[in-house]
Design a binder for this molecule. Structure first.
Ligand SMILES: [Zn+2]
Length: 277
């Protein structure tokens, strides 16, 4: 079960974000494609892909045309391309490009027409550090804005306000940037969570922690790269609830200069910070 919510501000995000009309681009299914491979290459989830293609079932076939989000950070492999050549072209490391494309099972075997996700430098806060160390987490996809149903009083559809990075319980979590802790302690959605204000208008949100690092407290400051807590599965209930979903770090970004706070898709930031090691 992979469910997760952070409803920090009470703001609900419009699901029209993934409206097919605004973002769709056609793609022809080729031999060996799966919905997961296609979704991952385009940094969306299978659920989001199905939403863009209501008439497509799980059975896809070569030659079939489906709609994909028109993502400027997607690159289609050309003859004689290698991971090294493509990474060089976009000014990122080969390893970063490989890590951003878990759907390619053998990096030595790129096929013409394969689609790759290219991490791109965000316009603000580009110099963060990824919140988890290399090798401690699983490949992740963009599940921002997916629908989530858990609520304290039963089922209620809302949009996922962050990206989930799956990792084992106890994996250390580090602060992405310098900042001030403005929320600390239990939240019925996010469990043991931390909200860190990193500039005049931005806060980062770390949720479902199994515990906090020593010295972490409300009003305290943290430095970029500082240990702040540990991955867990807390939340979705009264204080102490855990195990309602697989252990992961939920990471969110909020614009705090509006009321209620507005969520920002953190995926492009996360994939970029991975390149900053
Ligand atoms: Zn989440």
């Amino acid at each position: 079960m992979k469910k997760c919510i952070s409803l920090l501000s009470g703001a609900l995000l419009g699901l029209s974000l993934l409206s097919p009309a605004a973002y769709a681009a056609p793609y022809t299914i080729k031999q060996g494609d799966t919905l997961w491979k296609i979704a991952t290459a385009n940094s969306i989830t299978v659920q989001q892909l199905m939403k863009l293609n209501p008439s497509v079932s799980e059975m896809i076939y070569p030659g079939q045309i489906i709609q994909l989000p028109d993502d400027p950070n997607t690159y289609t492999v050309q003859p004689n391309d290698t991971f090294w050549k493509i990474a060089d072209k976009f000014g990122i490391s080969t390893l970063t490009l490989i890590n951003a494309n878990p759907q390619i099972s053998n990096p030595d075997l790129l096929n013409v027409g394969d689609r790759l996700h290219i991490p791109a430098k965000p316009s603000n806060n580009p110099y963060g550090t990824f919140p988890l160390k290399p090798g401690t987490y699983k490949p992740y996809t963009n599940n921002y804005a997916e629908s989530r149903t858990w609520s304290p009083n039963g089922e209620e559809i809302r949009a996922h306000e962050g990206v989930d990075i799956f990792a084992d319980k106890g994996v250390p979590v580090y602060s992405v940037l310098d900042g001030t802790i403005i929320n600390y302690g239990w939240n019925q959605y996010g469990g043991w969570r931390l909200t860190v204000k990193v500039d005049d208008s931005t806060a980062f949100y770390y949720a479902h922690l199994s515990g906090y690092a020593q010295g972490i407290k409300k009003g305290g400051t943290v430095k970029k790269g500082q240990l702040i807590g540990y991955v867990g599965s807390t939340g979705y209930g009264p204080e102490g609830t855990e195990g309602m979903f697989d252990t992961h770090l939920h990471f969110g970004i909020y614009k705090t200069n509006v009321s209620p706070w507005k969520t920002v898709d953190p995926y492009s930031y996360l994939t970029w910070w991975e390149t900053q090691r």
